[in-house]
Design a protein around this ligand. Sequence first.
Ligand code: ACO
Length: 167
Amino acid sequence: MTRFDVEFGPITIDNIEHLRRINGASFPIVYNQAYYKDLLDQDDASQLNQFAYYKGQIVGAICAVLQDIAAAGEQHVYIRTLAVLAAYRGRGIGSQLMERLLHYCEQRSSVTELSLHVQISNDDAIDFYTEKFQFTKGELVQNYYRRVDPPHCYRLYRIIRKGNSNA
Ligand code: ACO
């Protein structure tokens, strides 16, 4: 399928409704107000939360948070959500959002790991992360989700650089 080259833009208080729409259409989980507020109230929020635009329309989004690993003096980046509207999937848009976040991680020398949780039944997403982006399948976490079936997830992670927290 033809790749759709996208442009990027930050997620802000003024356009966050589009994120609710994309997440609502893509996930079986409903995220609450606090979830969206937390995304914006953090260092580097405008780089960690990005929309993908195709022909001026918002078609995908990636949202991540920086986590301090205090004992190691390092940071991890945790992907909270990555979604592309169904009509635009398989066109390289999710990959472009992921490549942008990886670039951010590589540029920020304190970041040693990128990770996420994914429902065990989400084969497309697991393949996307492990085959296309070389994430490692970590532990299975039982009953991670409260209202979805199956409720279990895998933790997927990718080492960005060696550090004390992942030596
Ligand atoms: N069928 C088969 N393979 C696929 C599909 C599909 N529907 N979608 C993606 N892939 C694979 C392909 O192998 C492709 O590789 P290629 O570039 O060599 O052809 C690779 O994944 C990359 O595909 P993209 O087109 O870049 O990915 P896309 O834009 O479709 O986005 C995403 C992938 C974000 C997982 C999308 O499928 C989606 O929004 N799914 C619903 C939401 C979701 O499950 N998100 C992840 C949950 S985990 C979390 O959010 C932390």
